[in-house]
Design a protein around this ligand. Structure first.
Ligand SMILES: NC(=O)C1=CN([C@@H]2O[C@H](COP(=O)(O)OP(=O)(O)OC[C@H]3O[C@@H](n4cnc5c(N)ncnc54)[C@H](O)[C@@H]3O)[C@@H](O)[C@H]2O)[C@H](O)CC1
Ligand SMILES: [K+]
Length: 503
């Protein structure tokens, strides 16, 4: 699913109005109907609504929604938040005039006009949407602060007021803290980024049937992963397969006290379908991994406690994953330097391998093309330096991937895959229960496994993060988020793949 900028959304509107064709007022009516359908599915007519409308089409949506809710028997109050002589959009004005007599719009020109709301009132935030052009000030900011203080349910129309659709927030901006955001057609870029996304609550995209031709032809570097897109990547298994058909993966990692990370990666690699798996561990890890992961063959390092030299044959493997529990000893760094000089299969680098590369620019320069790196925000910052905000971080992601011709999985609530050709793919699965030790090790195992099975680097990243998050969602449905642990992710991987196949 393409993520459109605010400007592209306006063009999609205009294209739809021109080519469907449909009047802008009727398009607003369609948006308001989709919004009200969403509301009436979740709130009974006993729930009172207070609808706060701004001066533009976001406010127009709010007025149209007020009328539709009222006509369906809901108890609605309408408030117009306005600055003196602020121009109103045409469709706003038309919907203001369409309000029934018994539903007067109450003007709020200063915070003193803000009357108390009855307990349990649901606030509908229709102040500003994709047309926000500057931070909220004056009565708008005061009303938003009051809304947030009420602590009740706030449903934002299209975009939480005060948030830009595709630009960073300025310091100490006033933004609606939405419980849910009902957005038209598709999520905005700011919904998918950590700091701006925190204001959105749960977002729900409702279709308003924007013209498909525009959506098909518009160019956007930002994509949100969808079940159908992921299903198109999945390779079905062939009947006459043998274990060699599904590749041979190698995982290098584990050090004294951190063997578990490597074991989690190994179990995940097997659950993600690789045909053969070999792990290289320090001497202390030999009997541990042979016991914990009998399906994996084991190589040992000459050193007792951590990685100091690759003891296998590079061309025996179809993908090499390195990092889980690796440690950052000096002789491990030297071993990584020596490894990068070999003719290697495709690489997946995670955790300590990333930190060693970040600390040594010569290692970064010799990073093999097409490698997959899986940093979380802190590890990424060590690679590229600090980002001033989430949008700047996306620029750093793009330039890093282009400079090093690599793929980066930037892990987070909506993990983002950066590519050497400048695309960004946001994940749509996963939950906070996955913020638990070892979750990243499982992802490394999945990615190494898929790459060894012959998926391209990009397919590996997209399918990998999607099934990793989906396994987490399926596990959380059964055990809740708090008790989710990393090994549950591998346990639910099979169900995640089945769910992807079903589509
Ligand atoms: N295809 C769709 O998604 C549709 C969306 N709809 C709704 O239209 C709004 C966008 O409406 P627009 O009139 O462009 O802008 P806003 O209502 O967001 O803003 C109103 C207006 O206010 C001025 N303004 C901007 N920032 C400030 C500020 N900080 N303080 C004061 N005034 C400000 C500026 O002049 C804006 O134009 C979209 O979100 C949807 O809700 C359509 O209804 C249907 C199709
Ligand atoms: K809004």
């Amino acid at each position: 699913m393409k993520i459109l900028s605010a400007a592209q959304t306006r063009k999609a509107d205009a294209y739809t109005i021109q080519h469907e064709p449909i009047s802008s007022l009727d398009l607003m009516e369609r948006a308001a109907s989709a919004l009200v359908d969403w509301l009436t599915q979740r709130f009974s007519p006993e729930v009172p609504f207070a609808i706060f409308c701004g001066p533009g089409n976001n406010g127009g949506d709010g007025l149209a929604a007020a009328r539709l809710l009222h006509n369906r028997g809901y108890n609605v109050q309408v408030f117009l938040v306005e600055e003196p002589d602020q121009t109103k959009s045409d469709d706003f004005t038309q919907n203001l005039h369409r309000l029934p007599q018994e539903l007067p719009a109450q003007s709020i020109q200063s915070i003193e006009d803000f009357s108390e709301l009855s307990p349990g009132t649901v606030v509908l935030d229709a102040l500003f949407g994709s047309g926000l052009s500057r931070p909220l000030r004056g009565v708008y900011a005061q009303v938003v602060e009051k809304m947030n203080q009420l602590g009740g349910t706030i449903i934002s129309v299209d975009v939480p007021s005060g948030l830009f659709a595709d630009e960073a927030l300025l310091q100490d901006s006033t933004v609606v803290q939405a419980t849910h955001t009902v957005t038209f057609e598709q999520p905005k870029l700011s919904f998918l980024l950590p700091s701006s996304g925190a204001y959105v609550g749960e977002w729900h995209a409702v279709s308003i049937a924007l013209h498909p031709e525009y959506l098909q032809n518009v160019a956007s570097p930002y994509q949100l992963l969808t079940p159908a897109f992921i299903k198109s990547i999945l390779k079905p298994r062939k009947k006459y397969a043998h274990k060699g058909t599904y590749g041979h993966a190698l995982l290098i990692g584990g050090s004294y006290g951190k063997l578990g990370a490597l074991i989690l990666s190994a179990q995940a690699a097997l659950r993600a379908g690789v045909g053969l798996l070999t792990v290289q561990v320090p001497q202390i890890g030999y009997s541990i991994v042979q016991t914990a992961v009998p399906e994996a063959m084991a190589l040992t390092d000459l050193h007792d406690l951590h990685f100091t030299r690759f003891t296998g044959q590079p061309d025996a493997y179809d993908c090499l994953g390195i990092g889980p529990g690796l440690g950052q000893a000096e002789d491990t760094r030297l071993a990584l330097e020596a490894l990068f000089r070999l003719h290697l299969p495709p690489l997946v680098l995670d955790a300590d391998a990333l930190n060693l590369v970040a600390a040594d620019r010569t290692l970064l320069r010799t990073l093999p093309e097409g490698s997959i790196l899986t940093p979380h925000l802190k590890e990424f910052e060590r690679l590229t330096g600090p980002a001033t905000d989430d949008f700047h971080r996306l620029q750093l992601l793009q330039s890093f991937c282009q400079e090093h011709k690599c793929y980066v999985v930037l892990k987070g609530a909506h993990s983002c895959v950066g590519t050497p050709t400048g695309e960004y793919y946001f994940n749509s699965t996963g939950n906070p229960g996955m913020a638990t030790g070892g979750s990243g090790d499982v992802l490394t195992g999945i990615l190494t496994s898929l790459r060894a099975q012959g998926y391209s680097a990009l397919e590996t990243c997209l399918l990998g993060i999607y099934v990793h998050g989906l396994a987490g969602d399926l596990a959380a449905q059964e055990m809740g988020q708090a008790s989710l642990i990393a090994s549950d992710l591998s346990a639910f991987l099979g169900k995640a793949f089945l769910a992807v196949e079903k589509g």
